[in-house]
Design a protein around this ligand. Structure first.
Ligand code: 13P
Length: 248
């Protein structure tokens, strides 16, 4: 079964309205003939400007987080409806930085993903192990917990994107090898087959994220189970277009 590859950027807490719009202007002609889906997930305050900048192009704009409630007394949070109103298509949930620094749990990740789906947004649900967990052979156990709880109660898993981001590879320049990423993503796909159905597992898009760049994207994208990338640092420059055009 063929899955359409999906390359997304995660700007994290970087860029301004000016530098972001400038980068999108540069990227537009460079990515226009991409064979994959393309998105940039940007800081919430930049969303209106970046949606405007990307208008008429094949670059979709995503958010970096979403709250689970439709509205209410949640100071500082943003609802799925608010994102939707501004033309957002995707939203990252459960990024390891949110889990590490902002106390997010598999349960809250699940609630956020469900809220995104309910509003018609595509959640990019991040999972991944820490270095110590990999070194002590706990990777599959951690992923099983993150997937079982994080995806619990989701009706249609094919409406979600999964991003496998080993925490030790994020922002470290230390990418998982093609084989490590393939083996772990194959495990994730198998687990999704068990939790949902084998047909759904064949359809669901699973990205790799963690120091993916213009140099290593070809090897990673050549792996049968890797359907795309979630790109941090390299999405802040025109290198992002090289990754999007990994097959050219
Ligand atoms: P880097 O590509 O900077 O390692 O970040 C990956 C990431 O966290 C994307 O969500």
């Amino acid at each position: 079964m063929s899955r359409k590859p999906f390359i997304a950027g995660n700007w994290k807490m970087n860029m301004t309205a000016k530098t972001g719009a400038e980068l999108i202007e540069k990227l537009k002609p460079l990515v226009k003939d991409a064979d994959c889906d393309v998105a940039l997930c940007v800081p919430a305050i930049l969303i209106p400007e970046m949606v405007k900048a990307a208008e008429g192009s094949n670059i979709a704009i995503g958010a970096e987080n979403v709250h689970w409630a439709p509205s209410g007394a949640y100071t500082g949070e943003i609802s799925a409806e608010m994102l939707k109103e501004y033309g957002v298509k995707y939203v990252i949930v459960g990024h390891s930085e949110r889990r590490q620094y902002f106390g997010e749990t598999d349960e809250s990740v699940n609630m956020r993903a469900q809220a995104a789906l309910k509003a018609g947004l595509t959640p990019i649900i991040c999972v991944g192990e820490m270095l110590e967990e990999r070194e002590t052979g706990k990777t599959n156990k951690v992923l099983t917990r993150q997937l079982t709880v994080g995806l619990g109660g989701i009706d249609d898993i094919t409406k979600c994107v999964i991003a496998y981001e080993p925490v030790w590879a994020i922002g470290t320049g230390k990418t998982a090898t093609d084989e490590q990423a393939e083996e772990t993503i194959a495990f994730i796909r198998k687990k999704i087959g068990e939790l949902f159905c084998p047909m759904c597992a064949e359809k669901v898009i699973i990205q790799y994220g963690g120091s993916m760049n213009a140099g290593n994207c070809k090897g990673l994208m050549a792996q049968p189970n890797i359907d795309g990338g979630l790109i941090g640092g390299a999405s802040l420059k025109t290198d992002f277009a090289t990754i999007v055009n990994y097959n050219k």
